[in-house]
Design a protein around this ligand. Structure first.
Ligand code: NG6
Ligand code: CA
Length: 488
């Protein structure tokens, strides 16, 4: 660290893709999807091979990224419906509030999926509060939940963007509402058929999860979503006011439904899932160009990562499985999204900060949950006792000054697993071992599992039968951690 004020408070741009796998980027070994912009960041920055989300699906993963706490400490942090209330406690310090309180300009642009509104849920036609602005972002332009969930509208700060008050929005998840056709009744109206689920209100020719009516002038156009988010992200970067800034840019890609802008169709050699990753990479390039244009690219920490592992068929018949063409979204890892195997939570993570970070690779164990404590250490902020309780300061690892990050991490899917160095123990679970609809090995098994990831990253060789004492010790530790943390 040089100690100059300029370097102590760098801008931070945190780019989080949705369901991007450990094997999906060129810099992580993919050969069928050109990702020159992320590959450039990896060349000029640090590429992490042992970075993790806490969880194998979105809501809990993002919850822990922003709060610095394991999501399984708190009820109600599973995948949320589109009309859920905010699940983050607005009295607690979060990653964005910590940065805002240290004089950062803060914004989130993209997917939210952490709920909006108080216990009664979101008021789509009124003030959407509390939400991102109450947990530390000064401004937001978000998709409330997921692109496959109603309502299919953007929210800017406290309101649905472009809403015509004469055409109010209503949303339900428990029963149909309004008279627009559903995918279940009118599959003939769909331009993208469902492979499982996704058969409720049809918006833009795509069946969604949940029912909605109204808000026609506010509805998004799927093909334009990546451009729309990027435009808002770039505008935030350009709105310089002398303060450093923190931008959380959470893309929809490559989550389902995959509807790239036509200019990205056919740009990969593994179908539409590859094409939307090319689209994601292009967004990263445009963010970088905006930083360069502002003359701040080298004084900005830019991180590219994902919220959980990859899935190929996640409920739409977009031919992604047939088109894979030998591409392996999770690379060498077993499982994927939803899975307790490494494919569920081990994610790409690239960090570029030329002013302070020497290019290279790192095997340090880090977690998105550690960003709060690590950024606090970097900028000299304090996190009040009791907040961000599970976030560890892994700054030396993040900056490439130490090969050591955290020593342990609890991973979450249908059950929990404990990673201790290279050893990983998965608790016995009654859950299904396999998810047929998504073709995912979930990793659940009634007996204990123990893997040595240094020798067996693909988790093929369960060592628990031959090293039972080691498995028992790790699982006992996992049970103790769970009990201790659950007590608050
Ligand atoms: C599942 C959806 C899936 C995706 C996921 C959440 C069905 C059949 N599947 O329930 O498509 O939306 O939830 O993904 O509805 S996540 O990345 O936001 O966690
Ligand atoms: Ca996700």
């Amino acid at each position: 660290m040089t100690g100059s004020a300029r370097i102590q408070r760098p801008n931070v741009v945190l780019i989080v893709a949705d369901d991007l796998g450990f094997g999906d980027l060129g810099c992580y070994g993919s050969e069928r999807i050109p990702t020159p912009n992320v590959d450039r960041l990896a060349r000029e920055g640090l590429l992490f091979r042992n970075a993790h989300a806490t969880s194998a699906v979105c809501t809990p993963s993002r919850y822990s990224m922003l709060t610095g706490e394991y999501p399984w400490r708190k009820e109600g942090t599973g995948i949320l419906p589109g009309n859920a209330a905010l699940i983050i406690d607005t009295d607690r310090t979060t990653l964005p509030s910590m940065l805002r309180d240290t004089a950062y300009r803060t914004a989130v642009v993209g997917k939210w999926h952490l709920g909006l509104g108080g216990p009664e849920g979101p008021d789509w036609n009124g003030e959407l509060k509390p939400g991102p602005l109450e947990v530390g972002y000064e401004t937001c332009f978000i998709m409330p939940a997921t692109c496959d969930r109603a309502p299919c509208v953007y929210v800017q700060d406290h309101h649905v963007a472009n809403l015509d008050p004469a055409d109010p929005i209503a949303v339900r998840y428990d029963a149909p509402i309004g008279d627009e056709p559903t995918g279940r009744e009118r599959p003939d109206l769909l331009r993208l058929q469902a492979s499982h689920g996704h058969d409720q209100t049809i918006i833009n020719g795509i069946g969604r999860i949940g029912y909605m009516t109204g808000g026609r002038s506010a509805r998004w156009i799927d093909e334009d979503m990546a451009d729309t988010f990027t435009k808002h992200a770039v505008e935030f970067i350009e709105r310089a006011d002398g303060r450093p800034f923190f931008l959380t840019f959470t893309t929809h890609d490559p989550h389902v439904p995959r509807v790239p802008h036509p200019r990205f169709r056919g740009r990969s050699s593994c179908g539409v899932r590859g094409d939307v990753i090319v689209q994601f990479d292009d967004c990263v390039g445009r963010i970088m160009a905006a930083l360069e244009q502002q003359g701040v690219a080298d004084d900005t920490i830019i991180i590219v990562t994902s919220d959980n592992g990859p899935v190929v068929d996640d409920g739409y018949a977009d031919n992604a499985v047939a088109d894979l063409n030998c591409h392996r979204p999770a690379g060498p890892l077993r499982g994927g999204k939803y899975s307790i195997f490494e494919g569920g939570t081990r994610i790409p993570f690239v960090l570029r900060w030329p002013a302070a970070v020497t290019p290279g690779t790192s095997d340090a164990l880090i977690c998105l949950m550690d960003l709060t404590a690590s950024m606090a250490a970097l900028i000299g902020a304090t996190v009040p006792d009791g907040d961000a309780r599970d976030s560890l300061d892994v700054l030396p690892a993040l900056l490439g000054r130490s090969p050591i990050g955290r020593d342990r991490l609890v991973e979450q899917a249908g059950c929990l697993a404990l990673l201790n160095g290279a050893m990983k123990a998965i608790e016995p679970s009654a859950g299904a071992p396999y998810h047929a609809a998504t073709d995912t090995e979930l990793g659940n098994a009634p007996e204990p599992q123990l893997y040595d990831l240094a020798a067996d990253l693909g988790e093929r060789n369960n060592l628990a039968p031959t090293r039972p004492a080691e498995a028992t010790a790790l699982l006992r530790e996992l049970a103790e951690v769970r009990k201790r943390l659950a007590q608050g």
